[in-house]
Design a protein around this ligand. Structure first.
Ligand SMILES: [Zn+2]
Length: 352
């Protein structure tokens, strides 16, 4: 899942595009490559007008994008090779590696055929709790709950609060309000219980709403055996690590290795921090990822890769390819590197 820093990126993108800065800036800020970040890839989203639609791109756009980048000289490599290329200072030319968070089922059914066509590797970051069903894709659940009613009553420690969900605009506000409540006020450990209680107390049957959005373990095992696929770790329960105490955060980062090893027969070498933005991952979490033995860890900070990232392999930025930017021109601008300092207060080498 991705963050609310989109506004800054969009602004940076437009400044860069409208001023024609991108092609001029390329030699100075271009970097050595990029890690692309996907979530969903489907031509038929269940909720095409829903609040989470930005998480999705169409397979046809992925096809166009990869073709365009290849034509402009990008080599599509595995994440292991991308790490080697960073360590070598990018001397073998520009490269890109594709990553996808959360293990959406459409990565297998709709993205993989496109990647096979282009021989482009992908790393899929799996959170076992989401696959087992012991953790929720809560942003999907919130959307379902808000869609199910015109009015919700939320029980808070300060008493019940009524949330108006009667119109499209009100539903957007209700989603934003519940997101803020769940991510800022409720403890990470209690998020699921609060959400379930909200559904139950408003007469909404959650299991009926649950879809087959994510891969099963059988799907993931099949994917793990595919020549183009690397399975990475996305922590055990997809919690905001910064909001956990040290023991819990280390458990989330460390135990996922053991769990994926048990399911797939191999320990993951790469990690993606859940949410990945500044209020979810900082120096402490980067240290935990390093201690746990990962070869790399990615955030959702916006940026291209530079040779200097060899010293920051556990805080690598990515370029988000999402529903908001389904245009090759937009992605070209981002890959030019010009939006990297614009979206990061002047920083060229984005870490955390
Ligand atoms: Zn995620």
């Amino acid at each position: 899942m991705i963050d609310g820093g989109e506004a800054v990126r969009k602004l940076a993108l437009n400044i860069a595009r409208f001023t024609g800065l991108a092609p001029l800036a390329k030699p100075f800020v271009g970097g050595i490559g990029a890690i692309l970040m996907l979530h969903r890839v489907t031509a038929t989203p269940e909720k095409p007008d829903g609040v989470n639609r930005h998480l999705n791109i169409a397979p046809r756009f992925l096809d166009t994008l990869v073709a365009d980048m290849k034509a402009r000289g990008y080599a599509f490599v595995s994440l292991d090779e991308a790490i080697e290329r960073i360590e070598a200072g990018g001397k073998d030319g520009q490269f890109a590696t594709i990553t996808a968070d959360d293990a959406y089922r459409d990565n297998m059914t709709e993205a993989l055929p496109v990647l096979e066509k282009h021989d482009a590797p992908i790393t899929i970051y799996v959170a076992p709790g989401l696959i087992d069903g012991s953790a929720d894709l809560w942003w999907d659940v919130v959307e379902d709950i808000v869609n199910a009613r015109d009015r919700l009553t939320l029980a808070t420690p300060k008493g019940p609060v009524t949330i108006d969900c009667s119109t499209h605009g009100r539903k957007l506000q209700a989603n934003a309000r519940l997101h803020a409540y769940l991510t800022l006020e409720v403890r990470e450990e209690d998020q699921r219980a609060v959400l379930r209680d909200l559904a139950r107390s408003n007469g909404i049957e959650l299991d009926g709403l649950r879809s087959s959005t994510l891969m099963t373990w059988d799907d993931i095992r099949a994917m793990a055996g595919h020549r183009l696929v690397t399975i990475g770790a996305h922590t055990v329960n997809h919690r905001n690590l910064k909001r956990l105490d040290e023991a819990d955060a280390r458990h989330e980062i460390g135990d996922v290795r053991r769990q994926l090893q048990a399911q797939l027969g191999e320990e993951p070498r790469h990690l993606a921090y859940p949410y990945g933005y500044a209020s979810a991952v900082g120096c402490r979490e980067v240290g935990f990822a390093r201690d746990a033995g990962y070869a790399s860890a990615v955030t959702t900070r916006h940026g291209v890769l530079h040779a200097e990232h060899a010293g920051f392999l556990h805080a690598l930025p990515r370029i988000s390819v999402n529903g908001r930017y389904q245009s090759v021109a937009h992605i070209r601008t981002m890959l030019s590197g010009v939006t990297t300092p614009l979206a990061n207060a002047g920083k060229m080498v984005v870490t955390i």
